[in-house]
Write a protein that binds this ligand. Structure first.
Ligand code: GRF
Length: 204
């Protein structure tokens, strides 16, 4: 068995994907340890979930810092302290600077509730539903300098049913997310992902 990958999850709100990752770790789905939850909102429900599992949660208050770099410097200090190897963004509603993204190149992944490059942005499920697409889904990708853009690790399609409502679609998308994100983390932990240009190649 290889080295245990130390993971930090960044969230701003509910944290259901964070919890799905924690549960997957407990089931030993991947050889990694979720050491840390970082939130940029004090009242993020994700913090409650972290407390439930005894995982360290750190609130980094963006209002306390005069620049994004200073805000991120504080985050970087915590990441270093915990020797973090992988950052998993899970509903983190803040854009990371180019500096941060470069520093952790190939080590930040994100989950997006649509089939990228369609429906980027914060309201992807609603946008896809209102657009009337018949298929949407979930994407896990590496984070690069552009939003919802980096190399794609995994995608899973979700058909939109004739009687679908936004609520039912949200529920189905989230259920897929909770399965797919742990799978992507597993591939990362097993060192099975290599990036050629923007293509993620799955190593055998
Ligand atoms: C998820 O739909 C994720 O794809 C998006 O933000 C949402 C976060 O949900 N980036 P949760 O906080 O994990 O419940």
């Amino acid at each position: 068995m290889g080295k245990i990958i130390n993971i930090a999850v960044f969230a701003s709100g509910n944290g259901s994907n964070f919890e799905a990752l924690v549960k997957a770790e407990k089931r030993k789905l991947f050889n990694g340890k979720i050491k840390l939850l970082i939130v940029d909102k004090e009242d993020a429900f994700a913090v409650k979930r972290a407390q439930k599992y005894g995982i360290k949660a750190v609130f980094v208050n963006p209002k306390k810092y005069s620049t994004r770099h200073r805000f991120e410097k504080r985050i970087i200090d915590v990441l270093k302290e915990e020797k973090i190897d992988l950052i998993a963004l899970a509903g983190f509603m803040r854009i990371l600077t180019l500096h941060f993204v470069k520093k952790y190149k190939g080590k930040i992944i994100n989950i997006h509730p649509a089939i990228l490059p369609s429906f980027k942005g914060a309201a992807a499920i609603k946008d896809a539903f209102e657009y009337g697409v018949k298929v949407t889904g979930v994407t896990i990708h590496f984070v690069d300098e552009k939003i919802d853009h980096g190399p794609i690790i995994l995608q899973k399609a979700v058909d939109i049913k004739p009687k679908e409502t936004l609520k039912s679609l949200e529920k189905r998308i989230h259920a897929i997310e909770h399965k797919l994100y742990p799978q992507a983390v597993k591939l990362f932990c097993e060192n099975k992902l290599s990036i050629k240009k923007r293509i993620v190649v799955l190593k055998k």
